[in-house]
Design a protein around this ligand. Structure first.
Ligand SMILES: [Zn+2]
Length: 91
């Protein structure tokens, strides 16, 4: 059995590419709003996009967050964009 080679993969909700979760940006649903989970520490169902602003935009356009969270969550594109920016700078 291989030891230490398991990297959890997540699928981008926008482009459907699979990457290590450490390369992705995680989003969660909080009080009916989509929020960015920069530290990947919130419990519950998460949605992932690539660390690429185009994927965030596409996810919003395609309403991919609604599908992921199985409800019509509220999205504030400006706020998400800002948080996304901060997150990318840290990576
Ligand atoms: Zn993507």
């Amino acid at each position: 059995m291989a030891v230490g080679s398991h990297i959890p993969l997540r699928t981008c909700i926008a482009c459907r590419r699979k990457k290590s979760k450490f390369e992705m940006i995680r989003f969660v649903q909080k009080d009916g709003n989509v929020v960015l989970d920069a530290e990947q520490r919130y419990r519950g169902r998460g949605a992932y996009t690539c660390a690429d602003y185009n994927c965030l935009k596409l996810a919003i356009q395609k309403k991919a967050f609604y599908r992921s969270f199985k409800s019509t969550v509220k999205i504030d594109p400006d706020q998400l964009g800002q948080d996304f920016d901060l997150c990318l700078r840290k990576k």
